[in-house]
Ligand binder design. Sequence first.
Ligand code: ATP
Length: 513
Amino acid sequence: MSVKPEDFFKNIISHSKEYGYIFQSSEIYDGLSAVYDYGQNGAELKKNIREYWWKAMVQLHDNIVGIDAAIFMHPTVWKASGHVDAFNDPLIDNKDSKKRYRADVLIEEHVAKIEDKIKKEVEKAAKRFENFDEAMFRSTNARVVEYQNKINEINNRFKTALNENNLAEVRQIIIDCEIVCPISGSRNWTDVRQFNLMFSTAMGSVSEEASTIYLRPETAQGIFVNYLNVQKTGRMKIPFGIAQTGKAFRNEIVARQFIFRMREFEQMEMQFFVKPGTENHWYDYWKENRLKWHLSLGLGKENYKYHDHLKLAHYAKAACDIEFQFPFGFKELEGIHSRSDFDLKQHEEHSGKKLQYFDVEENKSYVPYVVETSVGLDRLFLSILSAAYKEELLENGETRVVLSLPPALAPTKVAIFPLVKKDGLPELAEKIVSKLKFDFNVAYDEKDTVGKRYRRQDAIGTPYCITVDHQSLEDNCVTIRNRDTMQQERINIDALHAYLEDRVTLKSLLKQL
Ligand code: ATP
């Protein structure tokens, strides 16, 4: 069915509330901006995504181990990491609407619009391919070249401005590109200012003795400060990785787009410690490995692309994002960064402790280089939800809303229905539930017609429904229905476990890696 993109995204948001996936935080008090709670189905889906990432990273790599560091850390950690001095976003206000924006995002969105124009020109030309003459070709080509030059010019100016921390120039780019505020439509912009994104609080009961501590803005530092603990106690040999999932907090300036940008969110990060000089090899390895992991979810290859960073942090060797096509366009889903020895060296300097590795083969000590992979669990959740959500027009004219979630990640794997609430059918259905519930998340439903029960499970994303009918009492077989194809087949009750194991377990995903 064709729905306008903005309506489509709104429909996803209301669907995720209606079916217990995501609620606005503190909703009965009118909510807290950019903070969300996961409901009964959301919590399951999130847990399954986290578990898939963890197994793919820790269980499938014998040189990666996982830890769980605290959210609170010594305040000097954030001095050493650079977050106290430089964890800023450039913000700009529109004087008419009083709305606040990230200056870099305004420019990036402007560039994306020009890229769209190029795409449209090319599509138009392809459509007219048969009666396309030379004059048309020349004018299309000229327009594409003009747009591309514009993009290059903006990107170059922007890159230089960021590298020189020239905020006046960032503002000038916004003015020169004639970017308007989407709310007021005006170009009445303030200066660009830097804004620190860390939340702070006080630790200690007596105010004079209390010290300022921060809610961690990333999980990575918990790994860096534990590098030596893990390396020594785990007797890890380079190259090796440390993985972690956990909450992070950022006081985002622009907190829109649902769970895409939150003030409290969850990250899944892995720091891979390597011998200096081998970082390019491992950077390429992790770029490829992480894209493969995303593709294994089956949401469509065309929905992912790499985006190399324009601006590199001074310590960074290379950085790229894996972008996903969200309902509002291609945006960052995961970052892969080659961070040199910057973090460990900073912590050596600020703590006075050596954070090195003794390489037996080389017979010398060095500070390892780091390649990191960093993905937001909530963003991943949104990518999966938005690719899975479908409004289908059926042959009989009815609309079906279905969440085609990867079966291994679905909150409920199978729903079991007795056709009617009598004649011993509920008892047989309950027996099947008891057989399956130790290995799979199972739902039992006996209310309403089977058709309605199917619709409810489709909307939640349950990949299989099993119906027990009168025939089942005689032949020990049930009907199993596939959520996506709506095809039904008869299957012996004793074969159900194996059937599901092949299709809905994390193992079925992990085998593809
Ligand atoms: P962005 O440019 O979108 O602000 P970032 O480059 O600051 O993101 P990183 O610091 O590289 O992000 O964090 C790694 C990952 O953490 C991101 O790829 C994203 O998936 C996730 N992430 C970062 N900030 C948020 C947020 N505010 N809400 C949800 N997820 C986030």
